[in-house]
Design a protein around this ligand. Structure first.
Ligand code: DON
Length: 567
């Protein structure tokens, strides 16, 4: 009896905790004129400062991006890349790819030893892990096309935050302190991100980055050439040469961001505007929604075993296609049209059994129509009163990227080369596998999962969403979207709600702590799923919902220090 009571009490606590954790953080901030949700308070406020100076959402997004490079070193970056979806007030949607590229000296087997085995950490840590950074070119390209303010004006908050410093949050202080040993492996990183007295960083401490401020100033003064040429380029190439890296002056000079054809997917009354390859995000979300549309998710219920099973089986099939068909469209013919075809996606669900999990060993990629297509990790969202909107996901890949900081330049370099398939069938750090479509080639962009998204409903701007999280990005974006579109959550509840994930291989159904109650877990196991409760939370989704009265409802993921600013 005693054990029974204890069991019931702990069950009740679990249920209460999971409900409370949603309810307590479920109150969105609502703004009328402009809203920014990003990973740090300083960056969100930088965006609002620019809008209050008369800038639009694109000006603000560039300001946020550079401010994140200062206040969120783990991912903010000028040494990385990303993707940006822009919807201007007239309804025109553009998508900008500022993904990193493989240096000219890169080659398919560069991460393998003489026996053809993958060399541990070579694609994730140190100088050889970096692709040619795209962020600075991307920001300038977007600003030139859609911005209204000069580059030096939108960069002013970031330069100020670097030069005068900003106060470390408890989380940032902890992250920097915890990584001390890894930072110390590289001279520049040790100099900038550890304390000379070996002490811990503390909450509230002023963090000043003078070399980074100088680099940002060179960009503000000289535009592209402030990064891809002159002193910054010299420092970057010298850093590469000092540690066996291969990024050259020529690689930097040749880097260009690319406007890509947006992916447009309809789901009931909604249209999602998404990033096409070399991000796999748009096609994956499109495939998932096309597979889910025939089902009545409302009737199946929020996070019931039936819904989770269905979504997991959908994801399994989509990730199997990703591994086979997705890569840089400039190097590989991605059959985007075939993959997004509603009939193809419905066919792929013929093997779905509502009462039994499939086995990933038996589910392979499909056979989409192979027509020749035209060539074609932190997330933030910005919207202004006129209705201009920017959804942007950017990253160094894993936290602090390659851990190499350009000495004298003060900025961290990415480890994005690991997003290539360094050997066919061998999983990358997110457990994703790939083959020919995503093998390393000079100048090629590595496949991404980043999924910045803008959603319209009946032709009106309705949602901006996205998240970091590597392979889990697409399933997180899908769940945040469904939480709002199908389950009526507000923006804050939608990003706070617990999440689950299936990516075909490994054949496991991941979930966050407190995602499933016991009965749900048992039912899913009964259906044949191998459950794996993650120690860490999944993603940090940031979202804005534009309500019918024009107000902007924000969702800042409580899994991090994400912050909604506005007025
Ligand atoms: O482009 C990608 O898919 C990865 N480089 C994203 C990495 C990421 O989201 C890391 N964050 N947790």
């Amino acid at each position: 009896m005693k054990y029974m009571l204890r069991f019931l009490a702990s069950g009740l606590m679990l249920v209460l905790f999971s409900q409370l954790s949603i309810a307590q953080v479920g109150f969105p901030k609502i703004f009328e004129n402009a809203a920014v949700v990003s990973a740090t308070q300083e960056a969100s406020e930088a965006g609002i400062e620019i809008i209050q100076k008369g800038g639009n959402a694109i000006d603000a997004a560039v300001a946020v991006k550079f401010a994140l490079a200062v206040t969120f070193p783990a991912a903010g970056n000028i040494g990385g890349g990303g993707f940006m979806v822009i919807r201007s007030a007239d309804g025109n949607v553009s998508t900008l790819d500022f993904r990193e590229t493989a240096p000219a000296a890169a080659h398919r087997d560069m991460y393998l030893d003489e026996d053809g085995e993958v060399i541990d950490r070579l694609s994730t840590f140190g100088h050889l892990a970096s692709g040619v950074p795209g962020t600075v070119d991307g920001m300038i390209t977007a600003l030139e096309k859609y911005g209204t303010l000069p580059l030096d004006v939108v960069m002013e908050p970031a330069i100020r935050l670097a030069r005068d410093g900003f106060r470390l949050s408890w989380r940032e202080a902890g992250t920097l302190t915890r990584n001390r040993n890894r930072f110390s492996e590289f001279e520049g990183t040790k100099m900038y991100f550890t304390k000379s007295d070996g002490e811990d960083f503390v909450e509230g401490e002023l963090f000043i980055q003078t070399d980074l401020a100088n680099t940002l100033q060179r960009i503000a003064d000289n535009g592209r050439d402030g990064f891809y040429a002159g002193e910054t380029a010299d420092l970057l190439v010298a850093e590469m040469e000092s540690g066996g890296g291969i990024i050259s002056h020529e690689d930097l000079a040749n880097y260009r961001s690319v406007w890509r054809e947006p992916i447009e997917v309809t789901y009931r009354d909604y249209t999602m505007h998404l990033m096409g390859p070399p991000s796999s995000g748009g096609i994956a979300i499109g495939q998932m929604l096309n597979k889910l549309e025939p089902y009545n998710l409302k009737r199946l219920g929020y996070n019931t075993p039936e819904t989770i099973h269905l979504v997991a089986e959908v994801s399994r099939r989509v990730y199997a296609d990703r591994a086979e068909f997705l890569g840089d469209p400039d190097f590989y013919d991605v059959p985007a049209g075939g993959l997004l075809d509603k009939g193809y996606n419905r066919d792929r669900m013929r093997t779905f059994n509502p009462s039994r999990a499939s086995s990933s060993a038996e589910v392979s990629h499909g056979e989409p129509r192979m027509v020749k297509e035209s060539d074609n990790t932190t997330h933030f969202s910005v919207v202004d009163k006129a209705g201009n909107a920017v959804s942007l996901t950017t990253t160094l890949n894993s936290g602090f990227g390659s851990f190499v900081t350009v000495t004298g330049g003060g900025f961290l370099m990415n480890n994005e080369m690991d997003d290539f398939s360094v050997k066919s069938g061998v999983p990358n750090q997110f457990g994703l596998i790939g083959g020919e479509a995503n093998e390393v080639e000079p100048g090629k962009r590595m496949l991404s999962s980043m999924t910045p998204s803008i959603v319209t409903k009946d032709g009106q701007l309705h949602m901006l969403l996205g998240t970091p999280g590597g392979s889990t990005i697409m399933t997180t974006v899908l769940q945040v979207f469904l939480n709002i579109a199908e389950y009526g959550m507000n923006a804050q509840q939608a990003v706070a709600a617990p999440r689950f994930h299936h990516q075909w291989l490994p054949d496991q159904l991941y979930h966050e702590p407190f995602t499933f109650n016991r009965a749900t877990q048992e039912r899913l196991e009964w259906l044949g799923h191998d459950l794996n409760q993650r120690r860490f939370y999944t993603g940090q989704a940031n979202c804005i919902v534009i309500k019918e009265d024009g107000t902007m409802e924000t969702g800042a993921d409580p899994r991090g220090m994400n912050y909604a600013a506005g007025f």
